[in-house]
Design a protein around this ligand. Sequence first.
Ligand code: HEM
Length: 587
Amino acid sequence: MLDTSRQVLMLDILQTSADVRYLQTSADVRYLQTSADGCQTIKPELIYPRTFSMGSNPTLTIDIITEHTTRQTEFDQATMLTPLLVTVTTTVTSWTLATGVLVLLVVYAWSKTRLKCEGSNIPPFPAPAKPLLGHTLLMKGNILDNFSWMRKKAGDLFSLNLLGQHWVVVNGYGNLREVLVKHADKTQDRPPDLSSKILGEDNHGLMSSHGRNWKEQRSITNSILREFGMGKQIMAEKVLFEVRFFMEKLASFKGQAIELPHIMSAAVCNVVCSITVGHRFDYDDEYYKRMMDNANAFLVKSPSLYVFYAGTILKRLPGDWFGIKQWENCLSDLNENFCKFQINKVKQDFSSDNVPESFIAAYLQQMRKKKESEKESYLDEPNLISLIKSLILAGTETSSTTINWCVLLCLHHPEIQEKVFDEIKTHVGTTRPPCLSDMPNLPYLSAVIRETQRFAGIAPVLSRQVTDTFEVQGYLIPKGSRLFLDINSALHDETTWENPHQFHPERFLDASGNLLKPAEFIPFGLGRRVCVGEALARTELDLFLATMFQRFQFEPENPTELPTLDAVLTLGRSPKPYKVRFLDRNM
Ligand code: HEM
């Protein structure tokens, strides 16, 4: 503020007295003229504000020293100094005001960022909280590594103060189960997230809905997906239909090194589209590519896990520090140009009497029925829009990233790749594509898929809002707290999995080669919010991967330099970009 006033002062005088070299005030304070003719410095700090009379009729006497003469000039309000003095007066007033406001703000922020529950028997903190910021800085960087060292310091359950919000990080299968299953009534809801807040979709659809709305959306989603044969042969046929297009696309690269994720996501998303909107899209269709780019941006451009739950205030900051505005644009475009557009298309030739051919049609039919029966219901179009978006976002990158990890891991373990191929060759052959009924005969492939899911841990941290106080491990988890549930702490627990950071599919097979499913294997979550698309995801992983292993040999771009196994962490955990060659085994 001082600086600003000083600059205004100098500029105002200098602009109106072009010949002036130095200015000297009546209080004998000199300061520098900044015009281009190179006059010497007089300490500018001296000018403020004692130089001026602040009475009701402020005047200022200034000695104007030119090259040869000294002339004394008195300025008053009527002259050009008026704005100058007004500026100074205002500055002084606003300085006092600003200090007051700042003090108030600090006191307010301090009271808001203190945990109300501190002092009660909540889980311990891993480190002292910083004034105002609490533990927010601990959320920077790789959150999984951060949680891991905090766990070592504070134990399986620990508290964080994130700008006044109490969060508890829950580690270990036993604790996750206790929180998500035993206390399911109190931990059913997710905290409001930024994407639904900025789109005005809080309590819409499936991901961000809660209470009775969530129950009804979840129940209708389950029943429509079952109606479309999820986990059964009908759904498998939809997947196999897409697998054929995907294989041709892979073959079209003729062994050239490619990045898999884009084309893989396009294929997997088509399965979700064939269910939700009733048909697939061509991979090169511009409309589809735009929708895919937007869906992909949700993950790739998504802010860090913590920012995901931060307030919308971040959106109002100037610029786009957290990429939130860019992110918002992608999500709005997905909403308007895909979800709403497709719903309107289905509505155009919709009839309640037709057998529904898409999720949208089935939902609209149920919506109409509920309306006619005049039963209270949450089925409506805003929920449907958000639901379609949830299915696309939650159902694309998850399965696609898992397959992407599996291919990468096979580049590191060619012997595993050959073992899977041999199993397929023996039990399916190479003349017809594998189908769902082959899977019981392919336990090694199933073990490779499970081990990929365990090793990669693509959905590493879930979150919940605590709606009623409960106790776990002797600690109090107060109502209003939020939970980070570290799923990877169960998937990588040394007491369950020997050498958890090694890729070892055999851990999912018993001595007779039968497939195992340990309770701690929870890549789809646990409890009431467990993945609604689990059966579809498993069918996709089985059929896409079985066909890929059967037809292609996966080779690294450069055989002497394998791509890294390091992950990129956003809301999910995906491999760093790498290139792979798909060599057709039939050629
Ligand atoms: C390998 C693939 C997949 C993995 C690893 C996965 C994992 C998960 C996880 C961990 C959750 C959160 C559970 C919780 O918060 O407790 C979840 C929720 C969800 N998933 Fe999946 N998922 C996959 C595929 C799919 C597919 C294919 C779909 C749909 C087409 C889907 C739709 C959803 C939805 C809508 C939710 C929210 C459910 C709710 O809140 O009630 N997911 N998934």
